[in-house]
Design a protein around this ligand. Structure first.
Ligand code: ZN
Length: 213
């Protein structure tokens, strides 16, 4: 009787042990910049540094090898002529399953989030000429554009509030007042806890001399 009970306990324990699994989410965006143009690579590095400064910690990093990356940026000529877009951003998720241990097996499901961003080549190059001057309209346009597409890469949707970073159009001169504080609060919330995302505010706005994002 004791022996049967013991084996029952052992079997139950084994079955229970086998089922032990957990999910890990990785939001460490390691970006590979797909270009041979040094000015573009350099500009992305400056924008990434400014982005991290606003977040308050390293949210994005630039890597030299594609195999070390979770995310990509590339530049496309005439993207702006195709639907008048200056940039496109989307998020990606890669699932990996690892099993550790022989008897007490632990199953880990890792979800590694990444992003794929595309920028219009001519627009980016033109504004990159001002990359050393954060006060310039060119820089402000580029930073706004970069933040918007990275926002999509962090699963943010468009908002209808003019002045929001996630508003679907941008001034070609980058001179609009943009609410970066609200945006970076959402970024920090996403990186710490995706369920605490600030919901999009409703409103409406019109734009002229604006390009779609
Ligand atoms: Zn957009």
């Amino acid at each position: 009787m004791l022996k049967r009970l013991l084996s029952f306990i052992l079997v139950s324990f084994f079955a229970l042990a086998c089922r032990e699994s957990h999910v890990e989410e990785v939001k460490n965006f390691r970006i590979f910049v797909e270009t041979d143009t040094p000015a573009l690579k350099y500009s992305v590095q400056i924008l990434v540094a400014d982005y991290n400064r606003h977040v308050g910690f390293t949210a994005l990093s630039v890597v030299d090898k594609k195999e070390d990356s979770t995310s990509t940026i590339h530049f496309q000529k005439d993207l702006a002529d195709d639907g008048r877009k200056l940039g496109l951003g989307q998020w990606t998720a890669l699932q990996k399953q690892t099993v550790a241990g022989q008897f007490n097996q632990t199953e880990t499901m890792t979800i590694e989030y990444g992003m794929e961003l595309i920028f219009d080549l001519d627009n980016f190059l033109e504004k990159a000429a001002y990359i050393q001057d954060p006060e310039s309209e060119g820089y402000q346009h580029l930073f706004h554009l970069f933040c918007h597409e990275v926002g999509h890469g962090m699963q943010m949707d468009h908002t209808h509030t003019e002045g929001s970073v996630m508003f679907p159009s941008i001034s070609i001169h980058g001179s609009d007042a943009v609410d970066f504080d609200d945006y970076f609060r959402s970024v920090r919330a996403f990186l710490d806890d995706p369920t605490s995302m600030v919901s999009a505010q409703q409103g409406h706005g019109t734009g002229h001399r604006h390009r779609q994002l």
